[in-house]
Design a protein around this ligand. Sequence first.
Ligand SMILES: Cc1cc2nc3c(=O)[nH]c(=O)nc-3n(C[C@H](O)[C@H](O)[C@H](O)COP(=O)(O)OP(=O)(O)OC[C@H]3O[C@@H](n4cnc5c(N)ncnc54)[C@H](O)[C@@H]3O)c2cc1C
Ligand code: SF4
Length: 582
Amino acid sequence: MSASNGKSNGKVVPAAYPPPVDSPKEFVKRGLDGEDELIEVGVAIVGGGTAGLACANRLLQLLADDPDLMERLGEVPVAVIEKAKTCGGHNLSGAVMRPRALQELFPDMSREDWRKEGFAFGEVKKEAVYLTPTSKLHVRIPVPPPFKNHGNEIVSVSALARYQQRQAEEGGAYVLTETSATQLIVEDGRVVGVRSGDKGRGKDNEPLGNFEPGTDIKAKAVVLAEGCWGHLTGAAIREFDLADGREPQVWELGVKEVWKVPKPLDRLIHTAGPWPAKIFGRYGQVAGTWLYPMKDERTGEHLVSLGLVIGLEYADATTSVHDMLQAFKLHPLVRKILDGGERVAWGAKALPGGGYWSMPKLSMPGAVIVGDAGGMVDTAALKGVHHAINSGKLAAEAIYRGLKNGESGFESYEYMLEDSLTGRELYEVRNLRQPFQKGFLKGGPLVNLAIATRGKLPPGRLKWHRNDEKPMFMGNTWKRYPRPDGRYTFDKLSSVFITGNATRDDAPNHIRVQKHVPREVAETWKWMCPAGVYEIPEDAPEHGPVDVIVNYTNCVQCGAITAKGGRLTTPEGGDGPLYQIT
Ligand SMILES: Cc1cc2nc3c(=O)[nH]c(=O)nc-3n(C[C@H](O)[C@H](O)[C@H](O)COP(=O)(O)OP(=O)(O)OC[C@H]3O[C@@H](n4cnc5c(N)ncnc54)[C@H](O)[C@@H]3O)c2cc1C
Ligand code: SF4
C-alpha cells in the first residue's frame, strides 16, 4: 500500500488527500499582545466538559483554603473557555460511569444527591450481554469482564457539565461560554495563554457589522481539556513533539439517542455484534451497542439511552453509524423496548480509541492535557468519564502545588496520573483492542486472551495503524440501512434538527477538507458524517475524482472527519448543538 498516490489495488487512502491546514502557522501564536490588549487570568482551562470542569472545581476547592495563592492569581483565578452556548451543550457519552472519581471530587454529595440534581439516573443492578448474529437473532452470553457494570451509575455528561459549571461559578470561576480558543500562545518555548476566536465573520471570513475580534488570554497555567478531537491539543502535540515514540491515535465514532419509554427497562444491555456491522475482516468494522435504563427522579419519567459505536479503522466507504443505529432499533431485542416510546434526544461524537500506547506526553512547559484530549478512554469497556474527572482533579492538584512553589512546569501531573486508577486501568487494557484491526473473527481470540490474562498477554506493545491510512473501497453495508419511517427510524437531517444546532447560515466554514477527491474518499465522508454535511452532486462521474459539497452549518462537531482525512477546526463560539441530556 502506498499512501503517496492514495491507491492500493484500486482502493483509495484518505491520508493521500490531507486537509489544507498549516498547524504551526495557523494554530500557534508566537508571543502575547501588549499588556493593555489582553486578559490575564490565573489558570486557563480550555474546554468546559467533564474533565475541564473537574479541574476547575478541584482547583477552587484548594484555593478556597489558600487565600494567599487565590489573591496572587489575580481577579480571575480560574477561567474556563467553552465553545458551546452553555457547558454541556457539546458533551455526549453513553454513559455508565464508574462512580469513584466523582465521589472523590464531591465528597459531600451522595448518589441520591446526584439524581436529585438531575445528572444521574440510577445504579446498575442487573445487566445482560448479547451477540447479535443477524438482524433478527440475539444470543445471551455470560458478561465478559470489560462489560461488567454492576454498581456503576447511569449519567448524562451534558447534564453533569451543567452542574459542574454551576459549582465552578459558585466557587469563583469565570466561565466564558460561546467562546472558542483558536490559538495556543507560545513564548520562549512555553505555553503562556490561548487566543479566543473572532466573532461575527461572514462566509468568506469578512468582518460583518457585529464583528468582535478575539483576545489573548494570558495564564500562569493552561489546561487543555478539549475532548476528542482537540484543536489546540493537536497543535500542542506537534509544537512540543508530545507524540514522539507513541503509537498513532485512532478514533471511534458513536451515535446516541435518548428515548422516553412507557415501560422501564429493567437492566443495562450491551450487544457485541457482529450485526449490524459486517463480520468479514475486509470491511474492517468492529462495533458495539448499548441500552441503558434511566429513571429521571425529578419527573418520574422512564428513559433509555441507546447508541452504537464503531472503530474508524473500517474500510467500507458506505459505513454509516447513524444508519446502523437506525437498523439496530428495528432488531426485535430493541424494538420491544422502544415500543410506544418517543425519541427525545440525538447526538454524535468521536472518542479516542488508541488507549495507553497512543496517549501523548501529558505535560509541556506551562500546560497539561486532561481527559479525552489526552486519549484516556478504555474503549473495550467504553469508559472515559471517570478518567476525565480523575485526570482533571490530578491536574488541578499538580498545578496548585506548582503555582504555590513558584514553578512553571507541571510534570508531576504525569507521574500522579500514571500511579492513579487511570494509569493502572488503562495499562491493564493496553493491548486489548488492537487485535480487532484484523477484523471481528481473526482478532477475537487475541482479544479474549488479553481479557483472560488481565492484560499480561499478548506481551509487548501492539501497534495501531492510522485510520486515514486504511484503503477505502465501495462496499455494500448501505444495503442494511432502513428507510426512515419518522417513528422508529429517522434521517440524518431530522436527527440534527433535534440537537438544537444553532450554526449561523453565513458563518465561515470550519471544516477543512480537499474538495476534489476520488469518489471513494467523498463517499467515505458522505456516509460517515452523522450530520449529513458532505454531499456528492448527482451528476458527478461514477469513477475518478468528484467535487464534494460541504454543508458545514449542519455539523455537530463530532470530530470524526479528522480521523478520515479532514480536519475539524473550531467554529465561532456558540455554534453547533445544544445537547441537554446526552
Ligand atoms: C458515544 C460515546 C459513548 C461513551 N460512553 C461512555 C460510557 O458509557 N461510560 C464512560 O465512562 N465513558 C463513555 N464515553 C467516553 C466519555 O464520554 C469521555 O471519556 C468523556 O466524556 C470525556 O470528557 P472530556 O471532558 O475529556 O471531553 P468532552 O466531554 O469532549 O469535553 C470537551 C469540551 O471542550 C470543549 N472544547 C473543545 N475544544 C475547545 C476549544 N478549542 N475552545 C473552547 N472549547 C472547546 C467542547 O465543546 C467540550 O465541551 C463515551 C464516549 C462516546 C463518544
Ligand atoms: S462534518 Fe462535523 S458532524 Fe460531520 S463528521 Fe465532520 S465533525 Fe462530525
